[in-house]
Design a protein around this ligand. Structure first.
Ligand code: GLU
Length: 504
């Protein structure tokens, strides 16, 4: 192993990347950057049966959206390539051979049918069949056949697999940087398949060979890979290679705090589980993504960072730079991390407020364009400034501001009942009169006109304003009323008041 810090994210392109997968990528990235190391994207596509078209592109697009850039990987950067395992196919066989030679692996010729029968028979007796140090003595493999028999089978082109020969009665121990000392007895482990006669390695062999050849120093991955770690530690021993350091991340739990957050939970519970939208090419189902649901990548990254890691302080808002600085594996917990969709929104609201009016107006402009509403950028920036405090997403802007663009066609009856009194029509038509004489159409000036009228007639300011708002907006909502009146302009304002007098 080189002394350099080199981490990899090694997804299999078997579907969309779950947010837990993005968190794994993020922690690898943060650790690598913190230690001045390299972050590598390797695609583990040895299982051709589970290959899903578009999944690799999806993974790359997701990472790019999140701002998790790789230094080496499938896009041609780096000197340890190729970084797609299917393109490395030719090199694994030699390593499988090496293990057979040194007695750490053996050929097995048991057919799928034969193994199925063994499985079914075991099941009938309430047991589970495993290919392990007990059962292998009675099975169709190189441990029980002579060298000539094995060679003959291979020469005849019989299908085979290469299995790892799990040592008997040993204790495998290693230190996990999050979990501490992990000890497993080899009796608990089976003889995993490492290589198949179609020339493809399985995950276990390819993963170890590549981590070694790519000089990976730290393996940070999900808890679901912890059961594979003892085998991996033994594979390093078998090859006489130094193993990388391991760290297995806690699972992400459903909002109720129980059970793993699964791919289906999002649509069931109304929040995304995927970074970007996924259109399943097989089922044609569409799975929601954070990006399309209006989350900012900064918010997504921030919330992911805190799902399993804590800074040890009260700080909750972290930029990527701050995360790189603050991150450490010592502060990653062992226990599952509960996902809180409300907190996710809270993060987005925070980042929305930190955006400039200019940036937000641009985003809103796109939505308005779809509604065929044209408005100058500067004017829209002023508007965005008025409403952004009330929004979690840019998509909330419309609900907070539609009345700037559209005159009411009806009035909220509940509000009308409360705010529209017997003397209201008189007040509104008086105000209309004053407004139509206004010399300039400017909020403070209009405010003063109304205030003077109210004072002169000894009316309640609040009551008049509520009625005026109802007439202008159609409801009891919205930001500063005179800002709205200025924004919509004299002609529209007077028209709205007129309409309210007719209808209410
Ligand atoms: N290809 C594995 C996955 O899909 C990689 C696991 C590992 O990091 O070792 O997650």
């Amino acid at each position: 192993m080189s002394s350099q810090v080199r981490l990899r994210f090694a997804p299999s392109p078997t579907g969309p990347l779950h947010m837990g997968g993005v968190r794994t990528a993020l922690y690898n990235y943060l650790f690598a950057k913190k230690h001045g190391g390299k972050f590598i994207l390797r695609i583990e596509d040895t299982d051709q049966n589970r290959f899903v078209p578009g999944a690799e592109e999806y993974i790359k697009e997701s990472l790019a959206w999140c701002g998790i850039e790789f230094d080496e990987g499938v896009d041609g950067k780096g000197e340890y390539g190729p970084y797609r395992q299917s393109e490395r196919k030719a090199l694994y066989s030699e390593y499988a051979q090496q293990l057979i030679k040194s007695g750490w692996a053996y050929y097995a010729f048991d057919t799928a049918e034969e193994l199925n029968i063994l499985r079914e028979n075991a099941e009938k007796m309430g047991e589970v069949f495993t290919y392990n140090s007990q059962s292998r003595a009675n099975l169709n493999n190189g441990l029980n056949l002579s060298k000539e028999e094995v060679d003959a089978k291979l020469a005849a082109g019989e299908a085979f697999v290469v299995r790892f020969k799990m040592p008997e009665n040993e204790l495998v121990a290693f230190t996990d940087l999050i979990r501490g000392e992990v000890r497993v007895k080899t009796e608990m482990l089976d003889d995993k398949v490492l290589f198949k006669s179609d020339g493809m390695p399985t995950y276990h062999l390819a993963n170890i060979v590549d981590d070694h050849l790519m000089e990976i120093s730290h393996v940070i991955r999900g808890e679901e890979w912890l059961p594979s770690a003892p085998l991996h530690v033994l594979l390093y021993k078998a090859f006489e290679w130094q193993a990388p350091a391991f760290a297995h991340l806690p699972i992400i739990l459903k909002p109720i705090g129980k059970g793993k957050l699964s791919k289906r939970d999002g649509d069931k519970m109304g929040f995304p589980v995927f970074p970007i939208q996924w259109n399943d090419p097989n089922s044609e189902e569409v799975f929601a993504g954070y990006r399309e649901d209006g989350y900012f990548p900064e918010a997504f990254i921030n919330l992911l960072a805190l799902l399993g890691w804590n800074p040890g302080t009260e700080q909750e808002i972290f930029s990527m730079e701050e995360l790189i600085h603050a991150f450490s594996l010592e502060r990653v917990g062992k226990a599952g991390a509960k996902f809180d969709p409300e907190k996710a929104k809270w993060f987005n609201q925070h980042y929305l407020r930190t955006k400039s009016n200019q940036e937000l107006a641009k985003l809103f402009q796109a939505e308005l364009k779809e509604k065929h509403i044209a408005i100058e950028s500067e004017k829209l920036e002023d508007l965005v400034d008025l409403i952004k405090e009330r929004a979690v997403f840019v998509s909330d802007f419309w609900d907070q501001s539609y009345f700037f663009f559209q005159a009411p066609v009806e009035f909220n009856t509940k509000v009308a009942k409360k705010r529209w009194k017997e003397n209201t029509p008189q007040i509104i038509s008086d105000l209309m009169q004053h407004f139509s004489n206004a010399e300039t159409w400017e909020e403070h000036y209009l405010h003063d006109i109304a205030a003077q009228y109210i004072e002169k007639n000894e009316l309640g300011f609040g009551a008049v304003m509520n009625a005026l708002r109802l007439a202008i907006v159609g409801d009891g909502i919205g930001p500063d009323l005179f800002k709205i009146i200025e924004f919509i302009g004299k002609e529209d304002a007077l028209k709205r008041l007129n309409f309210a007098l007719k209808v209410l």
